[in-house]
Ligand binder design. Structure first.
Ligand code: AMP
Ligand code: MG
Length: 395
């Protein structure tokens, strides 16, 4: 059997970072910035008021209360500015440019709010409530480094420095196809022998959580021909494909039957539990990676975490590797088959203890949903005593 590490290494060797594209603001959320973003102008671009109030010369209000004539009204966006003369005040709104002459803003709350003249009750220091040009960013300054994942705030600064588009690696588009003649859509009734398709929902969601764009292509039964047709249709929009089911040793294994003859996808036994049968390879002229995961729900989920997630990281421009683990103390003894690395489902508590959930079968979806961690038991360990230290992958 192939080791988990060797299988991951093969996958990472075959997967490439997606080429950067010029992505518009509307498309760039979740993408990985592939340029160093600088600001062409200082931000703010001009001195402006931080508050609604009155622009004044601070020396004019050192003795308060004082009443000053109001000589102008400056809303945000104002382009015609009259200077503030000695002994005068100008009504000003948040974000409006500071008029010449003024060196401070008195918040409206410290005044009577007058429009013709204003009574000011408190003195202010020069610079009060004034935002200086360039105090956020200087012209030419780097605002985002290449390799930054673009979230809402990063999108904000891209727009905030005036860009319509940036060079970025897009989120990988991943098509998820589940196989199995027994599968029916959730929401409908079950006949004898049928189950509701859960894997395609889990895997599509896992893709999204991993920073990809997940597309659920629906189930294709157990006919290898139908699967090949579906793959053909989906390849055009896919940076990667995930299938579930149909990779084991029995009959009616459509993924294995359809893809083995191509010679670009290998089906192997990986020394792990759950998830021993694994397929991986590439499809089509574009060498689109395909992950043929086992059908048992826990197996496909664990396989995603171990193999697909690191590959998606690499496609996004990061180092793909094993998921991070932490050390915990097990509150129950554990068993694991010799020669295989186990990923037992467990509940990791804040006090650093972990308990395996009841139901460690690879079909036990409810037990998986109750877990928040995978307890890793090494290949050469068959028993772990209660109280022992274990490595745990938080989910
Ligand atoms: P297979 O790998 O196709 O032999 O499937 C292994 C087990 O996983 C069988 O019990 C299947 O019914 C189950 N299974 C396969 N695909 C799915 C799916 N999409 N959702 C839920 N269970 C599945
Ligand atoms: Mg099947």
């Amino acid at each position: 059997m192939k080791s988990v590490d060797a299988h991951l290494a093969d996958i990472l060797a075959a997967v490439r970072p997606l080429a950067p594209l010029e992505l518009e603001l509307e498309q760039v959320l979740g993408a990985t910035l592939a340029e160093t973003l600088t600001s062409p102008v200082p931000l703010p671009p001009f001195d402006n008021s931080a508050m609604d109030g009155y622009a004044v010369r601070s020396v004019d209000i050192s003795d308060v209360p004082v009443t000053l004539p109001v000589t102008d009204d400056v809303p945000a966006g104002s382009q015609e500015l009259r200077a503030v003369g000695p002994g005068h005040a100008v009504r000003i709104m948040t974000g409006a440019p500071m008029p010449a002459g003024a060196d401070a803003v008195v918040p409206v709350e410290w005044t009577d709010g007058g429009k013709v003249s204003v009574r000011i009750d408190r003195p202010v220091q020069a610079g009060n409530a004034v935002r200086r040009a360039g105090e956020d960013v200087q012209a030419g300054e780097v605002v985002l480094e290449a390799g930054t994942v673009i979230g809402p705030a990063q999108l904000g600064i891209i727009a905030g420095v005036g860009r319509r588009s940036v060079w970025a690696r897009p989120r990988p588009r991943v098509v998820v196809i589940s196989t199995g003649a027994e599968l029916v859509e959730p929401g409908g009734p079950l006949a004898l022998g049928q189950i509701w398709d859960s894997n395609s929902y889990t895997l599509t969601a896992a893709v999204r959580e991993a920073g990809g764009e997940g597309f659920r292509a629906g189930t294709v039964g157990d006919d290898p021909g139908v699967l090949l047709e579906q793959l053909d249709t989906q390849l055009v929009r896919a940076d990667a494909i995930i299938t579930s089911g149909g990779v084991s040793m029995g009959a009616y294994e459509p993924v294995k039957e359809a893809l083995s003859p191509l010679g670009t996808v290998r089906f192997e036994k990986v020394a792990m539990q759950p998830g021993m049968p694994q397929g991986f390879g590439v499809l089509g002229d574009d060498q689109v990676p395909i992950f043929a995961l086992p059908g048992n729900p826990v197996s496909s989920f664990v396989s995603f975490k171990l193999f697909v997630r690191p590959a998606l990281d690499k496609m996004r421009g990061f180092n793909g590797g094993m998921p991070e683990s932490v050390t915990a103390r097990t509150l129950a003894s554990l068993r694991s088959p010799a020669g295989r690395r186990s990923f037992l489902r467990g509940v990791l508590a804040p006090d650093g203890t972990v308990s395996p959930v009841r139901g460690q079968g690879s079909h036990q979806l409810a037990a998986l949903a109750a877990a928040n961690a995978l307890i890793v038991v090494a290949e050469d360990v068959t028993e772990v005593a209660e109280g022992a230290s274990v490595q745990v992958i938080p989910l």
